[in-house]
Design a protein around this ligand. Structure first.
Ligand code: PLP
Length: 406
């Protein structure tokens, strides 16, 4: 296995392997990132027949009309590879969505690329736009794939912590984290896991820093439609920002089709081309019938989006009140379908221990915040509950918590 690394006759080919250190340790590049706590908690939930408020996926399907559009696409025979950048009809729908919502003028041919979920767009953007040794500044706690993708790129993730109780960003701390090695500001608003939404003036301050230090911005906006107060504001729409920003979103969270894995990136042609060149060697292209359906989803009437947000806001309020009544310290999140609960008022200290015990103790599963932190200590007292479930299920989960914890 090592022969090709040595010139013939060097003797290395015949060197005994047993006991000798291998040139590469037999562990994957991501071995240090450890196991998935999402898989662990979901397995525990199953084992104990618990209500799974850990992993964030809805327990109801997206709109019927969109399911029908996918069925129609299948019946029409759309089974083969789509074009690498995505179906032209979907790219037009993405560009129209960005124009109509945010006033962004996007060329569907050169400034959009369709990906296998936002996950692939993030991976492709980070791999495309960094070189080894670069620093990526990201808000902490952060979505787990950010650190993994930074490692794959040979780049360093530099965390800037959001501060409890409302998980607010101190832009002076963001400024202090920027060095001459910083290449990218990786934003996520509305923010998973905290549910925080960057305030408009903060977004302007972040934009000013990006311009002053000539940084690229990767903006993960998969929760753009799940905002409970006001409307979502993309950083790409601020002055001087479009040309340095890759904006990422997906159909998963907006339309409750997390398993369809249709995502996209938009931005200036040179950055989008760079993303597409990497994506071409990751998935190449995929999801043809779903791409047809998502083009329709992006053109759903305003009432769909309003009703979806209203329904989620009710469930947010239900969870905020319910978790408070059980004894957690919580604040209502301003976006996403996650709520963060502080366990210390219950006399608990460690979110990981708490979440490992919760399925057997109460019949409910949650995710410990510490897995979203570079420094697990900083997240020890918090756990995340997903509330994208039917109201009856949330009521039942709250009853179980009440019974098991008080
Ligand atoms: C779910 C999620 C993603 C991944 O989106 P997919 O479309 O499922 O790949 C990316 N970023 C954040 C913050 C998420 O919560």
């Amino acid at each position: 296995m090592t022969g090709h690394r040595h010139p013939p006759g060097s003797g290395a080919r015949t060197a005994p392997h047993r006991g000798a250190p291998l040139p590469h340790p037999r562990r994957g590049r991501l071995a240090a990132h450890g196991h998935s706590v999402f898989a662990e908690m979901s397995a525990l939930a199953e084992q104990h027949d618990a209500i799974n408020l850990g992993q964030g996926f809805p327990d109801t399907a997206g709109p019927d009309a969109i399911v029908e559009a996918a069925v129609r696409a299948l019946r029409a025979g759309h089974h083969q590879y789509p074009p690498v950048p995505g179906l032209p009809g979907l790219r037009r729908a993405i560009a129209d969505h960005q124009r109509h919502r945010y006033g962004l003028d996007i060329d569907p041919d050169r400034e959009t690329v369709v990906t296998t979920g936002a996950s692939e767009a993030l991976a492709a953007a980070l791999l495309a736009l960094t070189t080894p040794g670069d620093e990526i500044v990201a808000l902490e706690p952060f979505y787990d794939s950010y650190a993994a993708c930074a490692t794959l790129a040979g780049a360093t993730l530099v965390p800037v912590r959001l501060h409890a109780p409302d998980f607010t960003l101190d832009t002076r701390e963001l400024a202090a984290a920027i060095t001459e090695r910083t290449r990218i500001l990786l934003l996520n608003t509305p923010h998973n896991p905290t549910g925080a939404v960057l305030a408009s003036e903060q977004l302007h301050e972040v934009a000013a820093l990006a311009r002053a230090h000539d940084l690229l911005v990767i903006s993960d906006e998969v929760y753009e439609h799940l905002v409970f107060e006001g409307t979502h504001q993309p950083i790409a729409a601020l002055p001087g920002m479009f040309e340095r920003t890759v904006t990422i979103s997906s159909a998963g969270k907006s339309f409750s089709f997390t398993g369809w894995k249709v995502g996209w990136a938009t931005g200036p042609a040179d950055l989008v081309t760079a993303v597409r060149e990497v994506k071409q060697h990751l998935s190449f292209a995929g999801g043809t019938p779903f791409q047809h359906a998502v083009a329709d989803a992006l053109r759903l009437p305003e009432e769909y989006f309003t009703a979806a947000t209203d329904s989620l806001r009710r469930r947010r309020d239900l969870m905020t009140d319910g978790l408070r009544a059980v004894g957690f310290a919580v604040r209502p999140p301003r976006g996403t379908y996650f709520i963060t609960a502080d366990i210390t008022p219950l006399g608990e200290r460690d979110g990981m221990d708490f979440c490992r015990a919760l399925p057997s103790r109460c019949g409910v599963a949650a995710i410990p915040h510490q897995v979203f932190y570079a420094d697990p200590d900083a997240g020890r007292r918090y756990v995340r509950f997903a509330f994208c479930k039917r109201e009856s299920v949330l009521h039942q989960a709250l009853e179980r918590l009440e019974k098991g914890l008080t």
